[in-house]
Design a protein around this ligand. Structure first.
Ligand SMILES: Nc1nc2c(c(=O)[nH]1)N[C@@H](CNc1ccc(C(=O)N[C@@H](CCC(=O)N[C@@H](CCC(=O)N[C@@H](CCC(=O)O)C(=O)O)C(=O)O)C(=O)O)cc1)CN2
Ligand code: MET
Ligand SMILES: [Zn+2]
Length: 759
């Protein structure tokens, strides 16, 4: 068999891309220096993949920020306001990604959203009346030529036109149909130019096919590809899907003139059954994603081979074995992990080790099952990895509906809290974190290296908390936060303080642009050793007369932003985490914390891609898991939650069902469609739709913020509304954070005055 991968990580084994790009943002290196750096990175990646014995190697999976933005800029899908800045191409690209505020003008970034069900974010392409789709870029060609010069004929990769349209945002009354002809021309031209440059294969990614498809959707898909495939010449086209199955489109795919079709047999396990319903022709290559591109567990070779057998029983097509999706969602390599014991490391595989797995599976497939590569793998999985916490699981099995129900009902609680807190109308707050400045990071790095004591570490963080409390008081915020300076990350930090987790030293995965996360690994049953956040919250409360919000990450988010176990259900693992957090909530309450925020930033992200699975496979346990955490607090204690995603549509009722008292949402970078959902659903939870975008360094003006507040008040009763930014401020720098919050409190004061004048 032939082996390949859908894509490789690009941040760099030691986050070289992040550091170089940030230097470029700070003007300490030039564009040429940045280009030289990333050229090195690409060369290293190709060499690694080749050395591991992978036969077909992708290119253009590198990106300075995001592959969707790469496709948009290649095709001139760049709104006029960015062109008007008159910047050099690379700077225009970063302006689209991050916004721009400087001599050339003042423009917000494109909207940023979660990439399907991952913690990776893409920039939303904008289609409007001025959009003139044409092939204007060179990146995909340059990178093909670059690899060729290094002796590798790669398979260039691009996000396909259908996915671009499905993910895009349409303005000025435009629809997908308005752009179909130009997209056909442009993709055909790309194919032709790649062919001229010597490419054999071209991979077009269409993950949007794993959503539910209507007849009209499939009509659009067919129109696009009938056009592109008619003009592609000799170049072979691989249509790649991932993150699920193609139950509604495989029939369409096999009828079109694709040379290869890439299917995910991990998250799209049911693709095997889909193959029963459609004859997969033997003149097309089936790219079979049998190595998990999202987890960090070593593959069970027996399972992978049985999937392969299942595929062969259903088609005589030639098979290329591959990953289920791009490896951009996993860390680089176990080579740099020196702290995990070998006994545990043997169960893990990161991107580089997954390359080896593909190669080994191919070798085993060519020999027989006496192959030592196979027998060693079978032996590894024949004994359990760890010992179960039976008492904990028995406790979970014995939970009753009362454990998931907070009393009294929300309306009654809110009235009690309102009386007790005496907050003004439109209370202001922030989402939790303040800037993780270089000094804050350095302090933590010193502790890690043993250069300072724990007491010195804490003293620094406490001083930082005091400094920011003073600022919050000065500008008149109502409910304060301590700033989360003690946290490396909102999930990793909790993992570190719970039993059952493992950590990497270098297991970075890109979340967006230059930002990465190091997801902890859920290794075994989870329980709370000791109080986690109590000391920091109690200290902060002791420094102010304002209410200090306690700050926790919720169970669903901890699970979704960790690498989960596969030997027990996500539901059970999440309930274990929920019980641990319930202890923490009660501990905070006992220590005088009156408002406790339980962040469920990742709840929306893992919503199944197909609607039919939303409740049965997810919300029916995710919502109760949250309720379990908060169910036992007193009526006077106010529970907040936070979600950084604005599109709730059909699940807005489920969000209300979390039974929190207050929720803050990201809202400003989208289209504020959230507000319509809130209005239409008669949303009961009090709500703080974010009034400005925190992903960009841009400072919103008082008038801009007032404008957003007016929009909120047009749809939500004023006595239900909180005023806050979209999300935490950890990625921002101090001056812009302060300037923005000063404008937020000023805008709120002005709107309060307007409300008072009206009455
Ligand atoms: N897990 C998770 N997912 C999330 C979010 C989130 O906050 N967490 N937010 C949303 C947006 N995504 C985000 C993802 C990452 C970051 C972020 O700030 N990441 C930081 C790293 C945070 C971190 O883990 N920091 C560690 C390690 C920092 C570090 O690099 N230290 C240096 C040394 C630093 C020094 O000496 O100055 C080193 O180890 O080499 C720490 O503070 O301890 C980054 O990429 O820069 C922000 C948002 C959605 N998904
Ligand atoms: C990604 S959601 C972030 C919530 C967290 N409390 C913070 O403010 O950073
Ligand atoms: Zn957030």
């Amino acid at each position: 068999m032939t082996t390949t991968i859908v894509g490789y990580p690009r941040l760099g084994e030691h986050r070289e891309l992040k550091f170089a790009t940030q230097k470029y943002f700070k003007h300490t290196i030039t564009a040429d220096e940045l280009q030289a750096k990333v050229k090195d990175l690409r060369a290293q990646h190709w060499a690694t993949i080749k050395a591991a014995g992978i036969d077909q190697i992708p290119s253009n999976d590198f990106s300075f920020f995001d592959q969707t933005l790469d496709a948009a800029t290649l095709l001139n899908i760049v709104p006029q306001r960015y062109k008007d800045l008159g910047l050099a191409p690379l700077d225009e690209y970063f302006a689209l990604a991050r916004g721009y505020q400087g001599e050339a003008g003042d423009v917000k970034a494109l909207a940023m959203k979660k990439w399907f069900n991952t913690n990776y974010h893409y920039l939303v392409p904008e289609f409007d009346q001025d959009t003139d789709i044409r092939l204007v870029g060179d990146k995909i060609f340059d990178e093909f030529v670059e690899a060729k010069a290094a002796g590798i004929t790669t398979r260039p990769v691009i996000v396909g036109p259908y996915t671009l349209l499905r993910l895009g945002r349409f303005l000025d009354g435009k629809t997908a149909a308005d752009f179909t002809p130009a997209l056909i021309t442009a993709y055909t031209e790309i194919a032709n130019r790649l062919s001229e440059l010597g490419a054999d294969w071209f991979q077009i990614d269409e993950p949007a096919l794993v959503y539910d498809q209507s007849a009209a959707d499939l009509g659009l898909f067919t129109e696009l590809y009938a056009g592109i495939l008619a003009g592609k010449g000799d170049l072979k086209i691989l249509l790649q899907t991932y993150f699920g199955d193609v139950r509604d489109s495989l029939d369409t795919l096999v009828q079109l003139n694709f040379d290869g079709i890439g299917l995910d047999f991990i998250e799209g396990r049911t693709n095997l059954e889909v193959l029963d319903t459609v004859q997969f022709p033997k003149d097309k290559v089936l790219y079979a994603g049998i190595i998990n591109g999202k987890n960090i567990w070593k593959a069970h070779y027996a399972k992978a081979l049985s999937t392969l057998t299942g595929i062969r029983q259903r088609t005589d097509a030639p098979i290329v074995i591959s990953t289920s999706c791009s490896l951009q969602h996993v860390p680089y390599t176990l080579r740099n992990e020196t702290k995990l014991p070998a006994a545990e490391k043997q169960y893990l595989a990161f991107a580089e080790e997954k390359l080896t797995e593909l190669h080994e599976l191919d070798q085993i497939d060519q020999t027989n099952l006496d192959n030592p590569l196979y027998t060693a793998n079978v032996a590894l999985f024949s004994t359990p990895r760890y010992e179960e916490n039976k008492a904990l699981n028995a406790k979970i099995a014995a939970l009753t509906p009362a454990d998931y129900t907070r009393l009294p009902a929300r309306k009654e609680r809110l009235a009690i809290q309102d009386k007790k807190f005496g907050l003004p109308i439109l209370p202001t707050t922030t989402i939790g974190s303040f800037p993780q400045s270089p000094a804050v990071r350095k302090n933590r790095a010193k502790l890690r290296k043993g250069e300072i004591t724990r007491a010195e570490y804490d003293a620094f963080n406490e001083a930082e908390t005091r400094r920011w409390i003073k600022f919050q008081e000065e500008i008149g915020l109502d409910v304060l936060v301590h700033g989360e300076f003690e946290r490396n990350d909102m999930v990793e930090y909790f993992g570190e303080h719970l039993d059952g987790f493992r950590f990497t030293q270098n297991g970075w995965v890109q979340s967006y642009g230059t930002r990465g996360v190091k997801p902890p690994i859920i290794w075994g049953d989870v329980s709370r050793r000791d109080a986690i956040t109590v000391a920091a919250s109690v200290y902060a409360q002791s420094q102010t007369d304002h209410i200090m919000k306690g700050m926790l990450t919720g169970p669903v988010t901890i699970l979704n932003w960790s690498f989960p176990r596969e030997d027990i259900t996500r539901e059970l693992s999440t309930k274990q985490i929920a019980l641990a957090l319930q202890d923490e909530v009660l501990d905070l309450e006992k220590h005088g914390i009156k408002i406790i925020q339980i962040d469920e930033a990742a709840l929306r992200e893992k919503l199944p891609l197909r609607k039919s699975d939303w409740f049965s496979k997810y919300l029916d346990w995710a919502v109760p898991a949250f309720r379990l955490v908060a169910s036992k607090v007193q009526p006077e204690t106010q529970i907040h939650t936070h979600m950084c995603y604005s599109e709730f549509g059909d699940i807005i009722k489920a969000i209300d069902d979390l039974d929190a008292d207050v929720i803050s949402f990201e809202a400003s970078r989208g289209e504020l469609t959230l507000l319509d959902d809130l209005q239409a659903s008669h949303f009961e939870t009090h709500v703080g739709p974010g009034v400005y975008d925190i992903h960009s360094p841009r400072v919103p003006s008082v008038d801009e913020i007032k404008d957003v507040i007016h929009k909120i008040l047009a749809k939500v009763p004023a006595n239900h509304v909180w005023i806050n930014p979209d999300c935490g401020l950890k990625t921002r720098e101090e001056p812009e954070t302060k300037a923005s919050l000063i404008n937020l409190t000023e805008a709120t004061r002005q709107v309060r005055q307007e409300l008072a004048d009206e009455n």
